[in-house]
Design a protein around this ligand. Structure first.
Ligand SMILES: Nc1nc2c(c(=O)[nH]1)N[C@H]1C(S)=C(S)[C@@H](COP(=O)(O)OP(=O)(O)OC[C@H]3O[C@@H](n4cnc5c(=O)[nH]c(N)nc54)[C@H](O)[C@@H]3O)O[C@H]1N2
Ligand SMILES: Nc1nc2c(c(=O)[nH]1)N[C@H]1C(S)=C(S)[C@@H](COP(=O)(O)OP(=O)(O)OC[C@H]3O[C@@H](n4cnc5c(=O)[nH]c(N)nc54)[C@H](O)[C@@H]3O)O[C@H]1N2
Ligand code: SF4
Ligand SMILES: [Mo]
Length: 898
């Protein structure tokens, strides 16, 4: 008998509903048809959730100094050391660094412990690196951290402007909703994509503006001026509900079209097109993400965008508004509980006496923090210089994700006491823990999350965690009790925490604060279990049905005057300029099938096939100037650090810029932690780091040899300057390169396959001493245990085909040795559709043979794109870009991600 549990996806902020069907130990997932975020759809990461449930690599028991300990021992030690630091050095000598991937209930108790009971606001979160510029921008404009719109606005708009958002890869279900609306409404909403790079998202755009990095404020100031000139000012709205318009317009006026074109590097005709589109469409949504937030001028970028909506009154109404999409599944929940160092709780302010009184009373708090705490980057500086004596990191991996990541590593190494709560045992951060606490993962943990449109949904546990994995809220409460705060932390489950959180949101609120869910302050355990997704606000007495709710239609804002603020946004550009020694600007971001530091998605074989190694995207002219060959290796470096990545040469990149994904850590690659290069430059208001613009030098590397290997066992160590591991069914695929030559290939191959030098095994090898090429397939007891292809140039082998062969037990070793399929058989090419397992070459063949011209037709012919649909933008690219199509046709690894 199987059972279905409705829960939510633990990845992006779209917050899709997931139906998990449980049949004994078997779990399968599908989209929850009743969930208003996704109506049954899931993207590729959501669809692969069952693949990350395996207990392999999980952290199973608490550890003290690397040895297993009982929960009591570990929690006692945490409480003792935190308590001693406070007694000796004061409350500000300890810190919590938490995450937008925690459930609201976990987040709530963490914040309550620090701000109400320890008496310090030294709790910050990875949302500082993600959302804090949006929070600061909204607060300046609206007086509150309020997302005005809802997802339907994307479907009802006539124009959607995407700024610094790779929606197709990072919020795939929102992208699909947008694409479906366009199909239904004959091309409406029109889409403008504003991003220095062309991305998968550009495929849907009617207009792509490849602006100079960091020049968004110039563009939006120019737009504000243009809207005013064109008579689009909503006079009544501006007069009755806003303030500061003249100052903002005075600044914007300086931005003539010519000046904007010069600053952004955009052709005048494209600029004109963009302005005409925005002028001509009242129903405009401006959706933005990290290209806006992760900037040293992020807060001003946000306000430059918001200004254009205030001027035109395009806010709070169907089909319009500024829309900051949240990245993490519970970034919004974290904001609600006040998880940032400069916030209190329930959208109240640390600096507001009245708010402090409300919270102090409600919590019966002995020591309510009165000063903002340290923001993430400052926090780790304080750890480094010894001001912080003990830190507890929960649900985030700062050794990879913070800027100046090697400095962060050094800080943790120096810190007298480090506690890390995680779901997996080995991360770049857990390596520095004095105490490790095993946490429940998705499928085990139980609570609520809030998505980008303010919708709160249950994330339900449906299986037990392995070993001693426990809920994060439980660990926090247990430590709080040991520190003497038992009464305030005696919750018997997430429902009890949620009730308190809901109660606080309504406490002395009376409509003065946007966040109010007090309708649920008395929710019973049973009703909490059955809670249907709902949007806030939901004050006591309000209906709690599933209905979309927008803010600000009434023109009432949460500022002192009740009016929204225009903010004159002055143009800054990027903080650090390139120079002769660091002539390239490094931009960093995400790929379709990996989530952050890969601790979970890196374990799913499906998700590891799309892009199997870290790479650097370079413009062809820059590559030529540098002497970088297709699929060669490059070193990116500056004074902070250095990485080695596969070169990806593409005209989609701007000249002078280089893009690298953030995902590969020391667990998956030799030297690919791009965070090590990022300067710790932050926005002065939000404290959010500029992760998208760091000057670097680029040098081509000329290894003695390159290799591609397949192995059953994960290698213990790889003695190579470059390596990248990716999981496949039944083993691992590995890209390798070494600067220094080796004498004994057989021995090298054996090490990679995990075989002892003496172990009995047939090594079927081919060697060409003239070209330096070597190939070997290792067979033991009739089973292929490894295969390796070595060459002086980047290895030309049909990777997708080899991986498929390696998986099959009946594969023929000699056939594998050829490195490519026999003539009668097609090399599938790089995996585009991982749901239906379709490679680029299969798609291209079908297109050529059957003269196909649409993604639907490709789907009908090959199946590609008919699963979750995440690959449809890439299929459209294959249809639209003949040059790319030609390059894909080779079996070579030339293009890793196109
Ligand atoms: N597959 C996948 N999806 C994810 C995640 C993941 O790890 N993997 N993470 C989630 C999280 S936490 C987040 S925060 C979101 C992030 O979602 P996005 O913000 O959409 O993703 P990024 O790739 O970080 O950056 C978006 C784009 O900003 C562009 N950009 C860089 N500089 C500028 C600039 O100066 N101006 C403009 N206009 N654009 C610029 C980059 O070229 C990049 O294409 O994704 C969420 N979804
Ligand atoms: N250069 C550069 N740096 C960036 C960015 C960028 O674009 N460029 N983006 C930034 C952004 S927007 C973000 S959001 C961050 C993300 O960066 P991180 O938060 O560091 O990345 P994750 O891999 O999501 O880390 C989550 C950790 O928590 C663990 N975990 C998962 N679930 C749970 C749980 O329920 N409980 C506990 N205790 N642990 C859990 C995971 O195994 C993992 O180790 O990176 C930021 N850093
Ligand atoms: S879009 Fe994908 S990753 Fe995001 S919540 Fe939905 S299924 Fe999960
Ligand atoms: Mo994020």
């Amino acid at each position: 008998m199987s059972e279905t549990v409705n829960t939510t996806c633990p990845y992006c902020g779209v917050g899709c509903g997931v139906s998990a069907e449980i049949d004994g130990d078997d779990v399968s997932v599908s989209g929850d048809k009743s969930h208003p975020a996704n109506f049954g759809r899931l993207c590729v990461k959501g669809s692969a959730l069952a693949q990350v449930l395996a207990h392999e690599e999980r952290l199973l028991c608490p550890q003290i100094d690397g040895a297993c300990a009982s929960s009591d021992e570990a929690l006692d030690l945490v409480a003792k050391n935190l308590g001693e630091a406070i007694a000796e050095h004061g409350p500000d000598s300890i810190a919590l660094y938490v995450s937008g991937q925690l459930l609201t209930e976990d987040y709530y108790v963490a914040n309550k412990l620090m701000k109400g009971f320890v008496g310090s606001a030294n709790i910050d979160t990875n949302s500082r690196l993600c959302m804090s510029s949006s929070v600061a921008g909204y607060k300046r404009a609206f007086g509150s951290d309020t997302v005005p719109g809802v997802y339907e606005d994307l479907e009802e708009a006539d124009l959607v402007v995407l700024v610094g958002s790779n929606l197709a890869w990072c919020h795939p279900i929102l992208y699909q909703r947008l694409a479906a609306a366009r199909q239904k409404r004959g091309g409406l909403p029109k889409v403008v994509n504003i991003d220095p790079r062309r991305t998968a998202t550009s495929e849907i755009a009617d207009l792509h503006l490849s602006l100079a990095p960091g020049s968004d404020i110039a563009l939006f100031n120019g737009l504000l001026h243009e809207l005013q000139k064109a008579g689009r000012r909503d006079r009544k709205f501006v007069a009755n509900h806003t303030q500061g318009v003249d100052e903002a317009l005075a600044v914007a006026k300086k931005w003539s079209e010519e000046k904007v074109a010069a600053q952004t590097g955009l052709p005048l005709k494209d600029l004109r097109k963009f302005y005409d589109l925005v002028v001509g469409n009242d129903k405009t949504v401006t959706l933005y993400s990290q290209g806006v937030n992760q900037s040293s001028a992020g807060t001003d970028k946000v306000n430059a965008i918001v200004n254009t909506h205030l001027l035109t009154g395009r806010i709070g109404k169907p089909g319009c508004g500024p829309f900051s999409v949240t990245g993490q599944p519970n970034a919004m929940g974290g904001r609600e509980v006040g998880g940032l160092a400069n916030m209190l709780a329930a959208h109240m302010e640390l600096g507001n006496e009245a708010h402090r009184a409300v919270v102090k009373k409600f919590w019966n708090a002995p020591r309510l923090a009165s000063q903002p705490g340290l923001k993430a980057v400052e926090l780790f500086q304080a750890i480094h210089d010894g001001r912080i004596k003990a830190v507890w990191i929960i649900g985030t991996n700062p050794v990879d994700s913070l800027p100046d990541a090697d400095f962060v590593r050094a800080a943790l190494q120096k810190c007298p006491f480090v506690v890390v709560s995680d779901v997996v045992e080995k991360t770049d951060t857990t390596a520095f823990a004095d105490v490790l606490l095993p946490a429940q993962a998705w499928g085990e943990k139980d609570g609520t999350v809030t998505n980008s449109e303010r919708r709160i949904s249950r994330q339900r546990g449906f299986r037990c965690g392995p070993g001693e994995a426990r809920a994060d809220w439980q660990a926090i409460c247990d430590v709080a009790k040991r520190m003497g705060f038992g009464e305030a932390f005696s919750f018997d489950g997430p429902a009890a925490i949620f009730r308190e959180h809901a109660g606080l949101s309504g406490s002395e609120n009376e409509g003065t604060r946007d966040f109010d869910i007090s309708a649920f302050a008395g929710v019973s355990d049973v009703d909490y279990d059955a809670l249907a997704p709902f949007q806030w606000p939901c004050p006591a007495g309000a209906a709690t049905e599933v209905k979309s709710k927008r803010f600000f239609a009434d023109g009432k804002f949460f500022t002192q005057s009740g009016r929204a603020n225009f903010i004159a946004a002055s143009f800054h550009g990027v903080a650090a300029k390139t120079d002769a020694s660091k002539p390239y600007l490094l931009n960093t971001g995400r790929v379709r099938d990996q989530w952050h530091t890969m601790t979970r998605t890196g374990r799913a074989q499906n998700l590891s096939q799309h892009i199997a190694e870290p790479y650097a995207e370079l413009h062809p002219l820059d590559a030529a100037k540098l002497g970088v060959d297709a699929a060669g290796l490059v070193r990116l470096s500056n004074k902070r650090g250095s990485v080695i990545l596969r070169a990806q040469i593409t005209e989609r990149q701007r000249r002078g810029c280089v893009f690298a994904p953030i995902h590969w850590t020391d667990q998956f690659a030799a030297q690919a932690r791009v965070g090590a290069l990022i300067a710790p430059v932050v926005d002065p208001i939000s404290g959010q780091p500029e992760s998208k613009a760091t000057p670097v030098a680029i040098k081509p590397l000329y290894p003695a040899f390159y290799a591609f290997a397949l192995t059953r066992k994960k290698p213990e160590s790889l003695d190579c300057d470059y390596w990248a591991l990716a999981r496949i069914e039944g083993g691992w695929r590995i890209e390798l390169a070494r600067m220094k030559a080796l004498a004994d290939w057989d021995l090298f191959a054996r090490k990679i396959f995990g075989l002892d030098a003496a172990e009995d095994c047939d090594m079927i090898a081919m060697r060409d001493d003239k070209t330096g090429a070597y190939r070997c397939v290792a067979v033991r007891g009739g089973e292929i245990v490894g295969a390796i292809f070595i060459d002086r140039a980047p290895v030309a082998a049909s990777r997708a085909w080899l991986c498929e062969q390696f998986t099959h037990s009946e594969a023929i070793p000699l056939a594998l040795l050829a490195g490519r399929p026999p003539r009668t058989c097609r090399d599938p090419g790089r995996k585009i559709c991982v749901c239906l397992n379709v490679g680029a070459n299969i798609i291209l063949d079908a297109v050529a043979e059957k003269n196909l011209s649409s993604a639907d037709a490709v789907g009908a012919a090959t199946g590609a794109g008919t699963g979750c649909g995440s690959c449809r933008p890439e299929i459209e690219r294959l249809l639209n870009d003949p040059a790319l199509a030609a390059s894909q046709n080779s079996s070579f690894v030339k293009r890793v991600n196109e």
